[in-house]
Design a protein around this ligand. Sequence first.
Ligand SMILES: [Zn+2]
Length: 271
Amino acid sequence: MPELPEVETTRRGIEPAVVSHTIERVIVREQRLRWPVPRELPAVLSHQRVNTLERRAKYLLFGVNDGTLIVHLGMSGSLRVLPAATPPLLHDHIDLLFDSGACLRFNDPRRFGSFSWTTDDPRQHPLLRALGPEPLSDDFNGQALARASRGRKVAIKQLLMNSQVVVGVGNIYASEALFRARVRPRRAAGRLKQAEFDAIAKAIKQVLREAIRSGGTTLRDYVNADGMPGYFRQKLYVYERSGEPCRICQAPIRHFVQGQRSTYFCATCQK
Ligand SMILES: [Zn+2]
């Protein structure tokens, strides 16, 4: 599943072909995505210049003169820039054709992605308005994490994966950040010390930045089947390393199921 770093890598990768260019035509081959693609989409987007391409959580916001196209890649979606004449393959559901001759093509085998259109402030859209702070912004830090955790018994790892607390911290990045911060994933969020919140917030920023950098260096085919940048996988400390030696202390990495997701940690390095 594309996580925040892959979405940000996509944004950076497609931005030059999209921003300051005009959409000439939109082809929708498959309307049935996670929600039906709005029928008016080809009409409202045609002849519109893309002024901005921003990311909020895992949504890409294409700002045009009359409104905003909000795209989510879902479980298996991808956006690629191709010459307009490139024949569509299976699962190539939507094309945005630009006046430059480039085509932005959306492919999504599982069809959990979405294309939404709004003429209002996109940040107030029902999909976006309840989202917590961006992890790489100054609004997210140890103090914000401590505030969100106060009095809560929920496990810290599950709190980090709650998009009302902070967006874009999926299973991989929550596991890796907790390892770096030396905090066990099952501890009650409300019981952590301020120094631990500070360490976790810092580790989340670090691990996401590293993943974005890795994605950026392998842009052409940066995703594996599970959507993780290829080079980044080699740097993981705990995720999917059950039974393998900890890269710091050599103790075997442990694994348990938490909230129906696999969680990995080192019982020696993490307290
Ligand atoms: Zn260890």
